[in-house]
Design a protein around this ligand. Structure first.
Ligand code: NAD
Ligand code: DAU
Length: 350
């Protein structure tokens, strides 16, 4: 039995990854280390409460002593590191939290793994889950490949780029067995409703305006979250030591086109007249430094590990909207209290 530490497993992507791993590998024990920040929600893995091969640990990756004691106690053979501050707008408002968690927290975890494993790296793996935003912003043409030079532009992407560099430095300097992946925008159930799609779905439910930044021409490459989880699982098990893999949906949409599509699906599933939601689109002040376009070339992952996205956007959007409509209590819980205050302030400022 392998003990595997997943960080940030109470968040959006982490919860999908843990569900996949706990169900697929009954012989492995999955430990979920999560600080339960505003973005972490124990409810996301309620269905695993009784699973014999799953343990939740509330804890902070910025606490090195705590990390060392965890490695000592559980003898992990692998780490899949997702814990992070993940929202670009928040990084613009409060960059320090991103440096503390994404940079210092990652280095803490690298050091804890190195100290625990350095006598014998055999069978060990440190997997860092990162983002395509480290590559910067594309014009109308071209794609990010694994060799694209780093050019982060927001405090969030600068913190993730920094953490990627530290992970590779621990590999080159100390021999830590690592693997890194850089992925495009994920969507699906359990995403915190500050991100584009769940925020829009929630506002449509409540008949509130739909805030599109700038002119809505920015392009993102959208990937169904379970496709990302499957890619992480594959890379964790079969990726080569020291390598980087890009993960993407091959699925580019301008924000405005995607919001239009989402509006139409919402109208249909809510039984409202066609065109209702589109009427509530409001163009608001642009995000400072807003990256124009991201697009991933995932050829390496396809050729070397035979991975391809399985869910197309038509199906994925319907499944996403239906999930949020079926789980309105989850949405209400998460948007009450402190978050509601935060969101009200953000919205006023734009
Ligand atoms: P999320 O914000 O939904 O979840 C982050 C989780 O990390 C939360 O559960 C939170 O409680 C936890 N966390 C935060 N700070 C912590 C700390 N100091 N110690 C322990 N736990 C802490 O994020 P997500 O969207 O699921 O993203 C997960 C990872 O994937 C991040 O590293 C992100 O950079 C990366 N990523 C995300 C996307 C995307 O589209 N969402 C795309 C590519 C890469
Ligand atoms: O590319 C991967 C990244 O995707 C991840 O690393 C990040 O963790 C994740 O948050 C996401 O970053 P984005 O900034 O692309 O996602 P967000 O959902 O915040 O915004 C998507 C696009 O929609 C972006 O161009 C900004 C725009 N937007 C966003 C919000 C919240 C709006 O127009 N209106 C909004 O209200």
């Amino acid at each position: 039995m392998a003990n595997i530490l997943v960080t940030g497993g109470a968040g959006f992507i982490g919860s999908h990854l843990i569900r996949l791993m706990v169900n697929k590998y009954p012989g492995d024990h999955i430990f979920n280390l999560d600080a339960l920040t505003y973005a972490g929600n124990a409810e996301n893995l309620k269905d695993l409460e009784q699973a014999a091969n799953y343990t939740f640990i509330k804890g902070d990756i910025t606490d090195f002593t705590f990390l060392e004691s965890l490695f000592d106690k559980h003898q992990f053979s692998g780490v899949i590191h997702l814990a992070a501050e993940s929202h670009v707008d928040r990084s613009i408002a409060n960059p320090m939290a991103f440096i503390t968690t994404n940079v210092v927290g990652t280095v803490n975890l690298l050091n804890a793994a190195k100290n625990a494993w350095q006598d014998n790296y055999e069978g060990k793996r440190f997997y860092h889950v990162s983002t395509d935003e480290v590559y910067g912003s594309l014009g109308a043409e071209g794609y990010f490949v694994e060799e694209t030079p780093y050019d982060p532009r927001s405090p969030y992407s600068a913190s993730k780029a920094s953490s990627d560099h530290f992970v590779r430095a621990w590999h080159h300097t100390y021999g830590l067995p690592i693997v890194v992946s850089n992925c495009s925008n994920n969507y699906g159930p359990y995403q915190f409703p500050e991100k584009l799609l769940p925020l829009m779905i929630n506002n449509i439910r409540h008949g509130k305006p739909l805030p599109v930044y700038g002119d809505g021409s920015n392009v993102r490459d959208w990937l169904w979250v379970e496709d990302h989880a499957a890619a992480i699982d594959l890379i964790y098990r079969e990726g080569l030591n020291g390598e980087t893999y890009n993960i993407g949906g091959n699925n580019e949409w301008s924000n405005l086109d995607l919001v239009h599509k989402l509006c139409d699906v919402c109208d249909e599933l809510l039984g409202r007249p066609a065109g209702s939601a589109r009427k509530t689109i409001t163009f608001v002040t642009d995000r400072p430094g807003h990256d124009q376009r991201y697009a991933i070339d995932a050829t390496k992952l396809k050729n070397e590990l035979n991975w391809e996205p399985q869910v197309q956007v038509e199906e994925g959007l319907r499944r996403t909207v239906q999930w949020y409509l079926d789980n309105s209590e989850w949405l209400e819980n998460i948007t009450s209290g402190a978050y509601r205050d935060y969101y009200a302030k953000m919205y006023q400022e734009r």
